[in-house]
Design a protein around this ligand. Structure first.
Ligand code: COA
Length: 287
């Protein structure tokens, strides 16, 4: 392919779920200083389409896209081994990802290192995402549990998926159904129907809270408080959009901001509908 013709010994191929591919991807994320576990790579690949670059039988770069229906996809896990950076490999991976996403609008959360690359493919900055992470304290177990928050039941899933679709603007059912298998789902029910939901699952160094979808910030806080309580003493992470309004409150809860990325889009993001909003991402990759 023309993008990497000046790197003749490098081939791009699909990433499979085989242990060898997942292990290689894990080595890449470790070298980039990312706290992914093998299980995080397994889930990310299982619900998306991954690409690996190989040279002399060694995996030297990765990238994954997650198509959500026909109108939107996200991209992430774009990593080039440090010794191979600056030779056009990131550009070749991105070109291949955009072949896979086709006519869809593409959303991604860019590190400072990646921004120039994405801009050159027509991505524009549209927002920010702030990572809040900490080892939480036992104080979150003090006081009574919030009676309006309960664990989701199997028969809540369809309502949760509908809520997510309205808030995100695209169908993330396959991804949500996968993370529900490894995480806990909480809902706020009013008038006999879930009105807000959140998922908390193992990820990276501990647990991640997200997505959090609600019509109002107080419901979002109640769901987050629930998982702070259930997981008190563990390392917790939450990635919030810059306009969520949750940043100072999370810091007050003992979860300070530890880093951020820039949300970029290429194309027109499908419209959201109804009052529900995304207060926390499923992950920086999944959106
Ligand atoms: C971002 C990354 C994937 C780019 O891969 P790469 O193979 O080095 O990129 P390329 O050689 O294809 O360069 C692509 C463009 O990005 C720019 N670029 C590459 N590395 C850069 C850096 N560290 N800082 C700023 N710009 C950079 C180059 O100028 C290049 O533009 P050009 O083709 O017009 O000269 C790579 O630096 C990386 O793996 N970083 C660590 C993980 C990471 O942050 N991934 C992005 C997640 S969103």
């Amino acid at each position: 392919m023309p993008e990497n013709s000046f790197l003749p010994s490098i081939t791009l191929r699909s990433m499979t779920g085989a242990a060898r591919d997942l292990d290689s991807a894990l080595q890449l994320s470790r070298a980039a200083g990312w706290a992914y576990r093998l299980e995080d790579w397994r889930v990310a690949r299982a619900v998306g389409q991954g690409i690996l670059a190989e040279a002399d039988g060694q995996v030297i770069a990765s990238a994954i896209c997650w198509p959500y229906g026909e109108s939107l996809a996200t991209c992430g896990s774009i990593i080039v081994a440090p010794a191979m950076q600056g030779r056009g490999l990131g550009r070749a991976l991105m070109a291949r990802l955009l072949e896979l996403t086709g006519d869809r609008a593409v959303l991604l959360n860019a590190t400072a290192e990646g921004m120039g690359l994405y801009q050159s493919f027509g991505f524009e900055a549209v927002g920010t995402v702030h990572q809040h992470t900490a080892q939480t304290s036992a104080r979150h177990t003090e006081g009574a549990a919030d009676p309006q928050v309960r664990s989701a039941r199997a028969d809540d899933l369809q309502v949760v998926l509908q809520m997510d679709r309205r808030a995100f603007g695209a169908d993330r059912n396959q991804m949500i159904e996968e993370i529900v298998l490894i995480g806990a789902v909480a809902v706020i029910e009013r008038a006999g129907r879930p009105q807000a939901y959140a998922i908390c699952r193992p990820f990276g160094l501990g647990q991640v809270i997200g997505p959090v979808v609600a019509a109002g910030i107080e419901d979002a806080k109640a769901l987050i408080r629930h998982f702070l309580r259930v997981n008190a003493g563990q390392i917790l992470r939450i990635d919030i959009p810059g306009d969520s309004g949750l940043g100072p409150w999370l810091t007050g809860q003992g979860l300070p901001e530890v880093g951020g990325v820039t949300t970029m889009i290429r194309g027109q993001r499908p419209a959201t509908s109804g009052p529900d909003r995304i207060f926390a991402l499923a992950s920086q990759s999944f959106g």
